[in-house]
Design a binder for this molecule. Structure first.
Ligand SMILES: [Zn+2]
Length: 106
């Protein structure tokens, strides 16, 4: 379900609630689980346009690290990121149009 130009809600595979947003550093979607049960789990402040997530979001794969704080709609890319935005603050980008379409299956 579309929450705003920045956020979609989604049902994770295991049935837990999640949020999806775009990452300009990875040029891809990031998802976090927010429903309070299980681990990992993030706190979302409920703001759809300028969200805050706690704690930081860390994604690690063999060829990439992306480690961010999302606070008040600003993405802080920490110095351990392996992409060009490391060490910078960037506005949370709008979702690409194909992810803003309601018929996209969650
Ligand atoms: Zn990323």
């Amino acid at each position: 379900m579309i929450l705003s130009r920045k956020l979609r809600s989604l049902q994770a595979v295991n049935g837990r609630a999640g949020l999806a947003y775009w990452c300009q550093g990875c040029d891809g979607i990031h998802t976090i689980l927010i429903d309070g049960k299980g681990s990992p789990n993030w706190h979302w402040d409920g703001n759809k346009d300028k969200p805050t997530f706690q704690p930081s979001v860390l994604l690690r794969s063999p060829d990439r690290t992306c480690h961010t704080y999302v606070r008040n709609g600003i993405v802080t890319f920490l110095p351990d990121c392996t992409h060009k935005y490391k060490g910078t603050d960037q506005p949370l980008p709008d979702l690409p149009e194909w992810l803003q379409e309601e018929e996209y299956a969650d």
